[in-house]
Design a protein around this ligand. Structure first.
Ligand code: F3S
Length: 288
């Protein structure tokens, strides 16, 4: 059985930057208690590795000891959380991905100019929650185009997306808002392409791979939005697509009679997890 890996799999720029900064920070602050507010990235194995290096994970600011050193995760936090952290902690490292930070700046400017901000994304996701914190009191989060008709919109609207959204779904949502604005004669709709290139490229590579193989394995955290998106995308062209967090979850029965297998991975999946998955599939192939 041939095994192919999707082009560009492994840590994206923002995740690599955050992990490098966080590990160095944990090393440099050995004399203090170090905490990461929220998971540094959405990959449980990597969160554990950082904990071993000295930076424990806290879900709330109340779980962080006063005077500790804190790390802001790659998904960012709200302005209020950032201020509360700076007030409570001796030092704060911000590893917010620059692409997420760019969205914070866009929505803040829109809100200052009295636009109502629409965020296309998953309301429960940390990144969306952090964006919402900069987007003004009228901001709304919309998961899909079908939810747009029920929205109450203001005269001027600005639309941004979570960095990991699918481009076609986002364009469909923008189109619905435009239609609604046209019918109701709102004065202005502005839209911004805030989908990250790393996401776009991974999605395109995964789709191409799904068309070429008989079975596709997506490796990455179950709580990783971009990994879940790759799984959904693979499923649109192939029925045998499986999402695993590590090589140990890959099952022999998925490969019976298959000639070509593919491996793709989310932006928060380390290279060694991809190598381990490939090894496991090859071993299954060799042993029939
Ligand atoms: Fe940043 Fe894009 Fe990665 S938003 S964290 S470079 S997927």
């Amino acid at each position: 059985m041939k095994v192919y890996v999707a082009e560009g799999s492994g840590f994206c720029f923002g995740v690599k930057r955050a992990m490098d900064l966080a590990f160095k920070y944990a090393r440099d602050n050995r004399d203090k208690k170090v905490y990461s507010l929220h998971e540094i990235i959405h990959n449980p194995q990597e969160v554990k590795r950082l904990e071993k290096a000295g930076a424990r994970h806290a879900e709330k600011i109340s779980g962080i000891a006063k005077g500790a050193a804190a790390i802001i995760s790659t998904h960012g936090v709200t302005k209020q959380e950032e201020e509360a952290l700076k007030e409570k902690c001796a030092a704060v490292l911000d590893t917010t991905c620059p692409y997420v930070r760019k969205i914070h700046n866009i929505v803040k400017k829109l809100a200052d100019e009295k636009y109502q901000v629409i965020i296309a994304g998953d309301a429960d996701h940390l990144e969306v929650r952090s964006i919402l914190g900069y987007a003004g009191a009228d901001a709304v989060v919309v998961a899909k185009a079908q939810d747009v008709p029920a929205l109450k919109l203001k005269e001027k609207v600005g639309i941004v997306s979570q960095t990991t959204q699918n481009m076609d779904a986002y364009l469909g949502l923008i189109n619905e808002v435009q239609k609604k604005a046209f019918v109701n004669r709102y004065s202005e709709v502005r839209s911004f392409n805030t989908i990250c290139d790393a996401t776009k490229n991974r999605q395109a590579a995964t789709l191409a791979l799904a068309k070429k193989v008989d079975v596709l394995i997506i490796v990455g955290g179950r709580n990783s939005a971009n990994t879940k998106r790759l799984f959904e995308l693979g499923k649109t062209v192939l029925s045998d697509v499986y999402h695993v967090e590590g090589a140990g979850e890959i099952k022999k029965e998925w490969f019976g009679g298959k000639k070509a297998a593919g491996v793709s991975a989310g932006a928060s999946t380390p290279e060694r997890a991809i190598i381990a998955a490939v090894k496991r599939i090859k071993l299954i192939g060799e042993n029939g």
